[in-house]
Design a protein around this ligand. Structure first.
Ligand SMILES: Nc1ncnc2c1ncn2[C@@H]1O[C@H](COP(=O)(O)OP(=O)(O)O)[C@@H](O)[C@H]1O
Ligand SMILES: [Mg+2]
Length: 261
């Protein structure tokens, strides 16, 4: 059964979509079958895989609101091994209309059940808010990956995120775990180094050992509609995202061994 990773933060611009795309690329090139789900009405992930959100006939909104089977909406990306459940601005309607339904928190989890056997990994790219869509992702995920910049305010923003995670854990998803990912890190920046040390001291192993440094190739990759692993295979951020993909996989394997033991 596929392992589900939700990429969440209520802050925009912390590299959620970039991380979703790059991790998907890193896993796909290792032969994993990856489904990426765009939960953001802005459709950046959809765009980042070379599709135009406005031209999508069906999106995640149909899956969540009209019970259209996910298998009918999923598209094959140009990158071998990556499928996409696309989004456009219609996904915004989910925020308004879904909560009137009983047990709406489980709608995404149930909607994906039919396609999970087709994949090894599912990556959920959340919008920048602690809203209905992020709730759906946290209820569905095994692991929440929380990207943060090495800026004081970004690190500070982790608190409401972690509080929400705790609420979801108590009510809907008791086994949900999280990892914090430091992104857009600059080694030569003293403030960045201080914040990294503080995050390490506060979160210990809750902080990913892999750190993603700033790299303009990531912006170019998004414009080209490709994960950086496929756009500029040897660039620093491609290497770092590969390392992150391995770090997370090693963690998942350890967990599954622990559960079956
Ligand atoms: N490590 C990085 N170095 C340089 N630019 C980055 C990096 N990660 C992301 N970006 C850029 O920062 C912007 C915001 O990233 P994005 O992934 O869209 O964030 P979010 O999904 O959290 O809003 C994008 O233009 C992206 O290309
Ligand atoms: Mg985004």
């Amino acid at each position: 059964m596929a392992y589900v990773v939700g990429i969440c933060s209520q802050k925009g611009g912390v590299a959620k979509t970039t991380t979703a795309l790059s991790l998907a690329g890193a896993w796909a090139e290792r032969g994993q079958r990856v489904l990426v789900v765009d939960l953001d009405p802005q459709g950046n992930l959809t765009l980042g895989l070379g599709f135009h959100p406005k031209q999508m006939h069906h999106t995640l909104a149909d899956v969540l609101l009209n019970a259209t089977p996910a298998s009918e909406v999923v598209l094959a990306a140009s990158v071998s091994g990556i499928d996409l459940l696309p989004a456009n601005k219609n996904v915004h309607l989910v925020e308004r209309y879904l909560p009137s339904r009983p047990h709406y928190q489980f709608v995404l989890k149930q909607a994906l059940e039919g396609v999970l056997p087709d994949y090894d990994i599912v990556v959920l790219d959340c919008p920048p808010s602690l809203s209905v869509l992020t709730t759906l992702a946290l209820v569905t995920a095994h692991l929440a990956l929380l990207p943060t910049q090495a800026e004081y305010f970004s690190a500070y923003a982790l608190k409401p995120m972690l509080q929400m995670l705790q609420r979801v854990r108590e009510r809907y998803n008791a086994t949900l775990v999280y990892r914090i990912l430091l992104t857009m890190f600059r080694r030569r920046n003293r403030a960045h180094r201080i914040i990294r040390a503080r995050l390490e001291a506060t979160f210990g192993t809750g902080l990913c050992r892999t750190v993603i440094e700033t790299d303009t190739k990531l912006r170019e990759a998004a414009i080209a509609g490709l994960p950086v692993t496929h756009f500029a295979s040897k660039t620093r951020s491609a290497m770092q995202y590969r390392q992150l993909a391995q770090e997370l996989m090693a963690y998942v394997q350890k967990e599954s061994i622990a559960q079956t033991a």
